[in-house]
Design a protein around this ligand. Structure first.
Ligand code: AR6
Length: 213
């Protein structure tokens, strides 16, 4: 039994607002839905299952590579949906070291910005992976705050091609966001963890329940 808390049908081409509660089996890839929400101080924490490129938030985060030239996974989806403008803006940077973040516009997507960050490639866990993953989230949050971003959506950084074990990676993601919000309680209206699969969104919902509630 799913723990989805909101069930609203949306039209096919519907564009989501940050705080909207929605579900549709027709929209996106395998249906988009809010898996879980909680309020922490002034910030709403949302676990969403769906396609990050469709979110109407101030900034979506990209799980990029150091070259910042697009790729597969969520990076490919963002460049496809955003169009060539994003690649052109990425070219202005000399790449992005692992753990850091760079800002571009969102091109044709409904969000305003893309924050490109680079998570670590998982090589067994003894190569500063945890530190670098935390740093990718921190750098993205800092970049967002510096650009007056009030609503931000993260994909599951490093948990795809880069092979980071999901249990640990989701814990680092949620913990790092919590620490940032504690230190900067007025910055964000909403932080979204946007997962592609139902199992990932359930994992994040569990982590949020443990870490935030
Ligand atoms: N919306 C939300 N999440 C998505 C989407 C989407 N449209 N598409 C995929 N995901 P990955 P990484 C999820 O591999 O592990 C690229 O080639 C996906 O299910 O995209 O950090 C880059 O260029 C997974 O849970 O990122 C780098 O070379 C999550 O996004 C490399 O992959 C992250 O998977 C980065 O690898």
């Amino acid at each position: 039994m799913r723990s989805t808390i909101y069930t609203y049908t949306t039209p096919k081409e519907h564009i989501y607002t940050a705080s909207e509660k929605h579900i549709s089996q027709e929209v996106g890839i395998g249906g988009d839905c809010v898996e879980h929400q909680t309020i922490y101080g002034k910030t709403k924490i949302t676990i969403l299952q769906g396609d990050i490129t469709k979110l109407k938030v101030d900034a979506i985060v990209n799980a990029a590579s150091e070259r910042l030239r697009g790729g597969g996974g969520v990076d490919g989806a963002i460049h496809r949906a955003g169009g060539l403008q994003i690649l052109e803006e990425c070219k202005k940077y000399a790449g992005c070291p692992t753990g850091e973040a760079r800002l571009t516009s969102a091109g044709n997507m409904p969000s305003k910005y893309v924050i490109h960050t680079v998570g670590p490639i998982y090589r067994g866990g003894q190569n500063k992976e945890a530190y670098l993953l935390e740093s990718a989230y921190k750098s993205s949050l800092k970049m967002a705050a510096e650009n007056n971003v009030r609503t931000i959506a993260f994909p599951f950084i490093s948990a795809g091609v880069y092979g980071y074990p999901k249990e640990e990676a989701s814990g680092i993601a949620v913990e790092t966001v919590k620490i940032f919000i504690e230190r900067h309680p007025d910055v964000f209206d909403e932080v979204i963890f946007c997962c592609f699969s139902e199992s990932d969104s359930l994992l994040f919902a569990d982590k949020v329940k443990i870490i935030f509630e």
